[in-house]
Design a protein around this ligand. Structure first.
Ligand code: FSO
Ligand code: SF4
Length: 545
């Protein structure tokens, strides 16, 4: 196997024997075969578009299944076998439609003519052969290969956001068309390094649009987040824990558990759900937040006294002690776990009622969330005044993913050391390193503000753009430093969005992506001054100098 798509990749180089995430070589090969089939589907979808044929099912399927190959989403070989056959069936249907509409014979590439084998073991071998062929192409030009991987991984991030946005009725054909084009382009040996840099930046632009769609989906459906205090303790009673990013599935569960006496707790990236008015106000049994970031789930899930629903990543190999009460849905999967379909949560509710739940109230502190663009820009004048009066010296955006590897203490230490006249904005699951710290206020504004999930990077970008506008400067001239932590492929897409926007001086850690070649990194550091994190003291001093 060969996989280097996430930050915890073995020895910072690549997973060759077994995934550090728990992914086995069989699943890895099937994922690669699926991507190969999606590239063929992409080629046909592009040709079909030239005759005015847009196949919504193929578009959504491409995103849903690319999402399933993202780190910590799906580990079930059966799902990938089904996806592979469906990708080829959709491709062939689309070919036939294209032929009937155009009455033209189209010469398809071998990619679009690929036929999957019948048995699982043969499919795995096909996946391995394709993987080998793809890696061998790196010998031709290691930097182009690096950019191809960057594009493939960024696409997985876009696919995840596009999937959630579509669930909430927000779609844009530009996003789907780009996904097909970029997938099909991955097979090209004609493109230059410059072409690939441009595709990567275009990916950043399309990801911005995709996050905008998701923002519209979330805020149109559930209202704009408002600063909200969320209990970290528990209420006596039956309990269900919901993890992941999918607000729509959370709301369906909230509806189905009304008047059952069950309290719903958020986990991981679901924390910002509490700030959406139509979730918080309509469902008082959305009680609190339980646990911290994804990599702590094997310690936190065993002691949660109810079932757990994984709506998206990050799922870790479940332990025997709790695996009978973890439920997956959508693109998420693990062999042997119960997979819910059609948003029917009956099995989860039955499990919650059969389990003890919390036998008494658990007192604990509360944390604030909900400082998304509407809330922050609603007090923009106060923020601007505070900056002008010198009360706020600098903003730090400390955002991104958390992870298990050492070196991530950098982020908690940095936040602790941020001087008192500076504000910290945060988002995504990296915040769990410091989300419960009381950093106090500056002029009535909290010094620590949680903007939301990783996709709410869109909100953070809007805040930065609005402040730049108010101060009549470029974003790069704002007293703002971005210190990002990455783990998986959504972070790759977000980084490309920031580069597309021309944002400079981003600090990235805890380590640099294994798939970025030294030359590509040199190019990014020369053009954008992208740099690795060093030490909290050194980086703080540089940011404030
Ligand atoms: Fe964290 Fe996992 Fe949101 Fe990522 S839960 S690591 S960027 O999937 O998605 O921040
Ligand atoms: Fe390794 Fe990450 Fe790939 Fe899993 S997703 S196999 S940990 S590189």
């Amino acid at each position: 196997m060969y996989c280097n798509q996430c930050e915890q990749t073995t020895k910072g180089e690549g997973c060759y024997q077994w995934g550090a995430c728990g992914k086995n070589p069989e699943v890895d090969a099937l994922q690669d075969l699926l991507v190969h089939c999606l590239r063929g589907l992409g080629e046909v979808a592009i040709a079909a578009r030239t005759f005015g044929i847009i196949d919504k099912e193929a578009d959504f399927f491409t995103c849903e299944t690319l999402f399933s190959t993202l780190t910590n989403v799906n580990f079930d070989p059966n799902d990938f076998v089904n996806y592979i056959h469906k990708a080829v069936a959709l491709r062939d249907e689309l070919k036939a439609r294209t032929f009937f509409t155009s009455c033209k014979h189209i010469e398809w590439s071998t990619l679009a003519e690929f036929q999957p084998a019948k048995t699982v073991s043969e499919l795995v071998q096909q996946g391995k052969d394709i993987e080998y062929e793809f890696i061998s192409s790196s010998a031709k030009n290691v930097d182009i290969f690096s950019l191809k991987l960057t594009v493939l991984y960024g696409l997985k991030g876009i696919a995840a956001y596009a999937y959630h946005a579509a669930e909430l009725g927000q779609e844009d054909d530009r996003v789907y068309a780009f996904c097909h084009e970029a997938l099909a382009a991955l097979g090209s040996n004609e493109k230059t390094l410059e072409d690939w840099v441009n595709i990567a930046l275009k990916l950043g632009e399309i990801n911005l649009r995709t996050m905008e769609l998701l923002d519209a989906g979330n805020t149109n459906t559930y209202g704009h987040p408002t600063p909200t205090s969320v209990p970290l303790g528990a209420k006596k009673g039956k309990a269900i824990l919901v993890s992941g990013h999918d607000l729509k599935e959370l709301e369906i569960l909230l509806k189905q558990t009304e008047n059952t006496g069950i309290y719903i707790y958020t986990h991981g990236e679901m924390l910002p759900a509490h700030a959406y008015p139509k979730l918080k106000q309509n469902y008082p049994h959305l009680y609190g937040h339980y646990g911290t970031a994804w990599q702590n789930q094997t310690k936190e899930f065993p002691v949660f006294p109810g079932p757990i629903v994984m709506t998206t990543n990050c799922l870790m190999p479940p332990h025997e002690s709790y695996k009978d009460r973890v439920y997956t849905l959508g693109p998420v999967g693990w062999p042997g776990l119960t997979h819910l379909t059609n948003s029917n949560f009956n099995l989860v509710i039955e499990k919650a009622l059969a389990m003890p739940g919390f036998t008494e109230d658990v007192a604990a502190k509360e944390v604030m969330t909900g400082f998304a663009r509407n809330a922050v820009l609603g007090v923009a004048n106060d923020v601007i005044d505070a900056v002008k009066q010198g009360k706020i010296r600098h903003f730090f955006l400390v955002g991104g993913c958390d992870g298990a590897k050492s070196g991530r203490n950098y982020y908690s230490e940095l936040v602790e050391k941020v001087p008192n006249d500076c504000v910290v904005l945060t988002l995504a699951c990296g915040k769990f390193r410091f989300f419960d710290k009381d950093l106090g206020n500056i002029g009535g504004l909290p010094r620590l503000m949680d903007v939301g999930q990783c996709n709410d990077a869109y909100s953070a970008i809007q805040i930065a753009l609005a402040l730049a506008n108010a101060f009549d400067v470029e974003v790069n001239q704002l007293p703002l430093s971005m210190i990002l932590s990455w783990y998986e492929q959504k972070a790759v897409a977000i980084l490309l969005t920031l580069l597309y926007l021309g944002i400079k001086d981003i600090r990235l850690g805890p380590t640099l992506p294994a798939f970025i070649s030294p030359n590509v990194f040199k190019l990014l550091s020369e053009k954008y001054n992208l740099k690795p994190i060093t030490t909290p003291d050194e980086d703080l001093a540089a940011c404030l100098s």
